[in-house]
Design a protein around this ligand. Structure first.
Ligand SMILES: C[S@@+](CC[C@H](N)C(=O)[O-])C[C@H]1O[C@@H](n2cnc3c(N)ncnc32)[C@H](O)[C@@H]1O
Length: 286
């Protein structure tokens, strides 16, 4: 039978039941730390419905079971992609970049290369902002940025490095001409220039699992991800980040992510900026 064009599409997926929400909540918490509090039922239903329908399932329960049975892990990754919030922008929380420029970069001494980690980089705007700030301040230094996220979808977007013009509004005309290549006339999108792209390597990394980098970093940005975690998970994540900071190194978190009620070993520098105690290596300016 063909559906009349004006007739509403009948959704064959049964509404999300409380015990289904609970199963998905626990799975998201276990696998990537997401703390879905009660009240988030509608959000979960809206974000997963397409996957449930697309997989041909009639209930969230069947969909949930299929994730557990999928040994490839692909369905779980797709669920994580759908549930994670990827919102970000160029120069987000601009005082962080001002502080980086005015305070942190001068402390870096003559080190070369300069290595940074953007943990939970989402679609890349934070990474490219960091690259542009460093290239502006230290044009002759080698910059290496490790960029990571749990979401493959966000990472491939970041790696492609093409941004529709409306996502570049915060970027100055000078930076657009120096660090981007315009596509279309007038520009419809901008692509990050090859010289900057060559300074960044992307890795899939789950902050709640154990991981290790071959070296520690003088600067780590991990912003606007811990806001989705509960306190024990935040403590675990901060402990992992602290292990990968050099003594004297700086951790930037989101302004909405005060660590006041989280136990950690870092020193408070200013809102949303922390530092690892200890003697700095010789390559820092004292
Ligand atoms: C709101 S975005 C933040 C992007 C950027 N840092 C900023 O502040 O604009 C949060 C990112 O955290 C990622 N994320 C969520 N859980 C994660 C986990 N357990 N490990 C690593 N990344 C995670 C999401 O995929 C998402 O891209």
């Amino acid at each position: 039978m063909t559906r009349h064009l004006d007739a509403p599409e009948v959704d064959s997926v049964r509404p999300l039941a409380p015990q289904e929400f609970e199963q998905i909540r626990q799975l998201a918490y276990r696998t990537f730390g997401l703390d879905l509090k009660s009240g988030k039922e509608e959000l979960v239903s809206a974000r997963l419905r397409k996957l449930v329908r697309g997989g041909g399932f009639h209930s969230f329960q069947d969909y949930y079971r299929s994730i557990l049975h999928d040994r490839s892990g692909e369905s779980l990754l797709a669920m994580i992609d759908a549930l994670a919030t990827n919102h970000t922008s160029f120069l987000r929380e601009p005082d962080h970049f001002q502080f980086l420029r005015d305070q942190v970069i001068p402390e870096l001494g003559t080190r070369d290369p300069i290595e940074l980690w953007s943990a939970a980089c989402s679609t890349g705007e934070e990474v490219w902002t960091l690259a542009m700030v460093l290239n502006e301040s230290l044009p002759h230094r080698r910059v290496r940025i490790a960029a990571s996220d749990i979401s493959n979808k966000a990472l491939s977007f970041a790696q492609r490095a093409v941004y529709p013009v409306e996502r570049c509004h915060g970027v100055s005309a000078a930076w657009l001409s120096r660090y981007f290549a315009a596509d279309g006339r007038p520009p419809m999108s901008y692509r990050i220039a090859p010289a900057l792209r060559a300074q960044v390597s992307f890795t899939r990394l789950n902050l709640i699992e154990s991981y290790s980098w071959p070296h520690a970093f003088p600067i780590i940005f991990c912003r606007n991800v811990m806001i989705y975690f509960d306190r024990p998970t935040q403590e675990r994540v901060i402990a992992g980040l602290s292990r990968h900071l050099e003594p004297g190194g700086y951790l930037f978190v989101g302004h909405a992510e005060s660590l006041t009620r989280v136990s950690h070993s870092l020193e408070f520098v200013r809102p949303a900026v922390y530092r690892k105690a200890g003697k700095k290596e010789a390559r820092w300016n004292k």
